[in-house]
Design a protein around this ligand. Structure first.
Ligand SMILES: Cc1cc2nc3c(=O)[nH]c(=O)nc-3n(C[C@H](O)[C@H](O)[C@H](O)COP(=O)(O)OP(=O)(O)OC[C@H]3O[C@@H](n4cnc5c(N)ncnc54)[C@H](O)[C@@H]3O)c2cc1C
Length: 382
């Protein structure tokens, strides 16, 4: 039996994340090239139990993310993101997939796919696709085959269990399914010439010709987009971003100490502003994880809150980047300086879908609510 087949009942996910983050930080510069991938770090995720951790306890995992307030998951995502944003992105996709399977899978799908996670398969969630040529199922009687591609798919060529969305002829709406993939196949990373997050292997995957049958399909049509889970899940990528923000902050702090420039009042004032931004983001994440796992809050209110969380964390990230680059100066733009890659990775990973809409949708919900401002996020569903 593999050493990570079933987690110990007292498994410590935070301790595992700290160990993995330290090793990932040491390896991240070497992986920072077109086509790079944190292969050894993903092996650590498997070896130290974090791939199995989000699996429910009764199915051999640690139930990471199901604890009250999702505080342990928030810490794990933050820590892994601190070590490497590319690894954090991959791990967040894995956690998202396991949570979707737990929510929508049949008992058979759950036991089969959770066994795969415990055996060390890396999962991903690939929803983004081009306007033309996106993924669809072509039906042949009861079974069908896939046609088309997914784009901006992290871990392309490395993820061996891909949770994808696809249009289905027999289903009014979008179907969700987990497709087994062989490592090193069907992936095209040639368009991923990004400023940062080079090691996330974010590419195009062509599924054309792969068979799919009714038993592969998770849940009902459009379940993937059910609220508040769909938009509310954004707190998880924001938690990973928080780790990246903290890493930039520490690179900046380290530079000031090393160069003896920290005592200057302008430098101190900027560092103080940065500390406020970092701590503000941390508090948003802590509360966001609680709100997202609060079954009693009306779904629209959860979504509005998480929209604010992701924008507050994005703002904190942009502020810390600007302050750090102003404080460190040109040195921070030189390859080999710790800040240089961390800043590129963070600036890239802060780009998430539809930020304008997230802000105005949250504002609309707030505008029409009856509650006093201080009670907006404590209301329970009628
Ligand atoms: C490192 C990385 C890894 C990723 N991995 C995955 C993955 O594994 N799976 C996956 O599915 N996706 C993945 N993505 C893609 C991600 O989910 C988003 O699709 C992507 O980040 C969108 O970024 P964008 O800035 O282009 O967003 P956009 O939504 O295009 O936003 C760009 C700007 O346009 C505005 N805007 C948006 N829509 C409109 C409109 N209709 N009219 C006018 N303005 C508009 C926005 O408010 C914003 O100002 C990844 C992205 C990154 C950066």
């Amino acid at each position: 039996m593999d050493q990570w087949t079933r987690l110990d009942p007292i498994y410590d996910s935070e301790a595992a994340a700290r160990t993995i983050a330290a090793a990932a930080a040491a390896r991240a510069d070497a992986q920072d090239h077109d086509g790079g991938f944190p292969q050894d770090d993903v092996a650590d995720l498997a070896r130290l139990g974090l791939l199995a951790a989000p699996v429910p306890v009764e199915q051999g995992g640690a139930g990471l993310g199901t604890e009250p307030g999702a505080g342990a998951l928030a810490e794990v995502l933050r820590l892994v993101g601190y070590g490497s944003l590319a690894l954090g992105r991959l791990y967040e996709g894995h956690v998202n997939a396991i949570q979707l399977i737990a929510r929508y899978g049949t008992p058979d799908q759950r036991s089969r796919l959770f066994a795969d996670a415990r055996a060390g398969h890396l999962f991903g969630v690939w929803n983004t696709e081009p306007a033309e040529g996106g993924l669809r199922v072509e039906a042949r009687d009861t079974d069908g085959q896939l046609l088309g591609v997914k784009t901006f798919a992290s871990g392309a060529g490395y993820v061996t269990r891909a949770l994808v969305t696809a249009r289905h002829p027999d289903r009014a709406g979008v179907a969700m399914m987990v497709v087994p993939l062989e490592a090193g196949t069907r992936a095209d990373l040639s368009a991923w010439r990004a400023q940062g997050m080079r090691a996330s292997a974010t590419g195009t995957v062509d599924f054309t010709g792969l068979a799919v049958n009714a038993g592969d399909i998770l849940g009902q049509p459009d379940d993937y987009f059910q609220q508040p889970a769909f938009s509310g899940g954004a707190w998880r990528f924001a938690a990973v971003q928080l780790g990246g923000i903290e890493a930039v902050f520490d690179a900046w702090r380290g530079h000031l100490n090393r160069t003896g420039r920290g005592g200057d009042p302008h430098q101190l004032a900027r560092l103080g502003e940065g500390a406020i931004a970092v701590e503000g983001a941390r508090l948003w994440i802590e509360r966001g994880a609680q709100v997202a796992s609060d079954a009693g809050m009306p779904p629209a209110r959860v979504v509005a809150y998480i929209n604010l969380v992701r924008l507050a964390v994005e703002r904190a990230g942009l502020d810390v980047l600007q302050l750090a680059q102003r404080s460190v100066g040109l040195q921070g733009f030189m390859r080999g300086h710790r800040l240089e890659r961390l800043a590129r990775d963070l600036a890239t990973y802060l780009r998430q879908p539809g930020p304008d809409h997230a802000l105005t949708a949250a504002a609309s919900e707030i505008l029409q609510a009856d509650a006093m401002a201080g009670d907006l996020w404590t209301e329970t569903a009628a």
